[in-house]
Design a protein around this ligand. Structure first.
Ligand code: BG6
Length: 469
């Protein structure tokens, strides 16, 4: 029997992502009707009030997939408790609910709360004996704002749970196209043999967004895009693309290889920061046909004061100092209010060793993560009716969405990740040492920006931002 306890159970993430995902898992019989989902928050809510709130959100987020009959059954496994997690007085409610003596049972705690509450929650779980070996905990970013704060969070979690009980979410690892990277790399001889500096000229990892700061101006300005996007999502993409073949599909075999890549990243410090990084903020422009204000103007429209020092765009030129990747530049680029919403990894291959044709172009393999889920490769072919020397680049695209005409619904990242957590598979979750290694590397860039006073560039909203090459 599984008990799921969501701290922050009526917060935005829970209503927008977690409960809709759990609804689908329930509908698809991945959750038994004996599972109980307890949403915990501070507000005193009557059961009816709680259920109405959840129902209203599910109707909104699930659209046509919301079915009254399924909801009625799902509602039976949903429970609510008001617990002020920062004091001891309410915890008996959880003790009674969970009755942990029953070791047949699984408990999954989802800490969908600010990291400031991790410490009181872990302390009280431990104090009340609610952290038996069969319990698991799920947390997600921001897991720290630098190496030291990430270490503190790691310590808090480790005081209550062992590493194999901790699931750190990076929602990019729940995306189908990201999970497909290892399959693509390690089940195709064609890929495996060309995946190195001998054949690859450069790799571009781009995650562009069209949204601006929305309701998160204060947070985003303080944290900046380097920490909001690169430390986690882009570094996960980079490590999946570059890791050495793991011994097996075992979670730790894969994660051991990921951390080796992060440790092999060439440090960016005061000596090379100017040539290796760009930070920038958007100015006014037009995104997808709509005129939008610049970042500083957007901040002035906020009901509170925001400093305006955070970057909304980052470009990095990165090197991995290991035998496989020596000399290959990796260009990482991400920002808000860019031309289009796109996440993709583009591998550009070297030209043929002996090219007898005068025209030339490079082979490229592009893995698009969103908005489409595709893998495409372009090959150079003879131009129809052209001379023998005239070549044309043909793009061949495979759609991951609709393989073999399969019309199955594509589950969202959270649903996929929750399913893995329930199964107890840590493959798509970030290990503690990985988080620390990536913060260390990111801290060095921030420090170098401070020391050198690196200039904040600007880019027009609706553009793809400045480039490093
Ligand atoms: C989040 C960032 O982690 O990822 C947001 O905090 C960003 O700023 C979001 O918008 C992007 O996620 P996705 O799945 O929309 O690419």
């Amino acid at each position: 029997m599984l008990d799921i306890v969501i701290f922050g159970g009526v917060g935005d993430l829970s209503l927008r992502k977690l409960l809709p995902s759990l609804y689908y898992l329930f509908r698809d019989k991945q959750l038994s009707s004996k599972t109980r989902i307890l949403c915990v928050s501070r507000s005193p809510l009557e059961r009816d009030e709680f259920l109405n709130k959840v129902e209203e959100k599910l109707v909104f987020f699930l659209g046509a997939d919301f079915k009254k009959g399924i909801w009625n059954r799902f509602a039976q496994i949903l429970l609510y408790e008001d617990i002020d997690v920062s004091t001891s007085k309410d915890w008996h409610k959880l003790v009674t609910f969970l009755s942990v003596e029953d070791s047949e049972k699984d408990i999954l705690y989802y800490l969908s709360v600010t990291p400031a509450l991790f410490s009181p929650i872990c302390e009280h779980l431990k104090e009340n004996g609610l952290n038996p070996p069969f319990s698991r905990v799920v947390v997600e970013k921001p897991l720290g704002e630098d190496f030291e704060s990430a270490k503190d969070i790691g310590r808090i979690l480790a005081s209550c749970f062992k590493e194999d009980q901790i699931y750190r979410i990076d929602h990019y690892l729940g995306k189908e196209a990201v999970q497909n990277i290892l399959h693509l790399r390690f089940s195709n001889h064609l890929m495996e043999t060309v995946w190195s500096k001998d054949h690859i000229e450069r790799v571009d990892i781009t995650v562009s967004e069209t949204v601006g700061v929305e309701g998160r101006a204060r947070f985003l300005d303080r944290i900046g895009t380097l920490r909001d996007m690169v430390q986690n999502h882009l570094m996960q993409l980079l490590s999946y693309i570059t890791l050495e073949a793991p011994k097996s599909l075992n979670a730790d075999d894969i994660r051991d290889q990921k951390i080796k890549v992060i440790r092999a990243l060439r440090p960016i410090d005061a000596a090379n920061v100017a040539e290796s990084t760009i930070k920038a903020q958007y100015t006014s422009g037009e995104v997808e046909g709509i005129k939008v204000p610049g970042y500083q103007d957007e901040l002035r429209q906020q009901p509170y004061e925001v400093e305006g020092a955070g970057e909304t765009f980052v470009a990095l030129k990165v090197h991995i100092d290991n035998p496989r990747w020596a000399g290959v530049p990796f260009y990482l680029k991400t920002g808000k209010r860019m031309e289009c919403r796109l996440a993709e990894i583009r591998i550009t291959f070297k030209p043929p060793a002996s090219n007898i044709y005068s025209e030339t172009d490079s082979n490229q393999l592009t893995i698009q993560i969103q908005p489409e889920l595709t893998v495409s490769i372009n090959l150079l072919m003879k131009q129809l009716m052209g001379t023998d020397a005239q070549l044309i680049s043909h793009k061949n695209q495979m759609n991951l969405n609709n393989r073999d005409g399969d019309k199955t619904r594509m589950p969202e990242a959270y649903e996929r990740l929750l399913r893995e957590i329930i199964k107890g598979n840590q493959t798509y979750f970030v290990r503690g040492d990985e988080i620390l290694a990536s913060w260390k590397w990111i801290d060095s860039i921030r420090n170098a920006w401070d020391v050198t006073g690196q200039e904040m560039l600007t880019y027009k909203a609706g553009s793809m931002g400045p480039s490093l090459d």
